[in-house]
Design a protein around this ligand. Sequence first.
Ligand code: SAM
Ligand code: SF4
Length: 345
Amino acid sequence: MTPYDASSPQAAKAGAPALIDGFGRTVSYLRVSVTDRCDLRCVYCMAEHMTFLPKAEVLTLEELDRIASAFVSLGVRKLRITGGEPLVRKGVMGLVEALSRHLKSGALDELTLTTNGTRLGEFAGRLADLGVQRVNVSLDTLKPDLFRRLTRGGDLSKVLDGIAAAKAAGLAVKINAVALKTDNAAELPHLIAWAHGQGLDMTLIETMPLGEVEADRTDQFLSLRDLRRDLESFWTLEDLPLNTGGPARYARIAETGGRLGFITPLSHNFCEACNRVRLTCTGTLHTCLGREDASDLRAVIRSGADDEGLVQAIRWAVDAKPEGHDFQIARAAPAVARHMSTTGG
Ligand code: SAM
Ligand code: SF4
């Protein structure tokens, strides 16, 4: 298949450059999940025994490139590759290399990756060579035993080595930690101080009710508002005006000098400025993380649509982006049946 040509006559003909939804929000950020598979099984993300998708359902690397590049032609300036664990997808560096052409052409401002870090030791240098400047690494604890339990078998030392390799390659690393009431709440100040001591930004995430997992989410849920109050009993947090169009709010901790983000998806406060959409590894476009809305872009391209048809399908999907999400942690059932590993975090 020929890669999507963002400067082709069809792309130019397809209409105005910007992707604007029905509420006037410009979509400039696409997250692309390249696999539903992972080498870890984090307790809040996956069930212990997951059934993964058959290969035929997952987009090929060429198809992922084609769809992502169509978004770039429509004005998306930031791409984040995620999963599942993106670095376990065979050939993923070929996709990163293909997408990096949009960095070189100036069509894209940023190409980034969210990873669990286990394979960063192997890939960090190549990522940096291809123009990736930052990676998000998910890490919920610095205790090897707890790490093994939370990830159902993971080896903390691989992640720490991966982070060191990323830093050595010149990548900016941000640590993401899910705040879990009983498991890591007491340890979070230590984790934050460690990250800031290494010169790394850190972001805390509230658990989201995505997909069935064994644990009871109402037990795991820790309100970041309460956590912030605890942190403020011994640290000085100054709010930062930084707004990335997502659910994160940032503060600087005077004592550590580092930046701390709070992702509170259960509050509605970010939907008005939401600039992002998500593509699953099966080609389903979700325009809201917390809604069941979905557009099947795989069907569009596998039915033989040309670039104009693809662009039109994307425009229709974005036009129907919901105004806001519908999460409520207190519900027994997940608000959204798909797992985070399918949608891409
Ligand atoms: N495997 C990569 C990783 O762990 O960074 C990328 C995919 S993972 C699904 C992306 C992010 O989603 C991770 O930071 C993870 O902690 C977070 N996540 C997974 N399930 C979640 C849930 N139910 N609630 C909140 N965050 C979740
Ligand atoms: Fe894998 Fe990331 Fe989900 Fe953990 S959070 S199971 S590392 S996809």
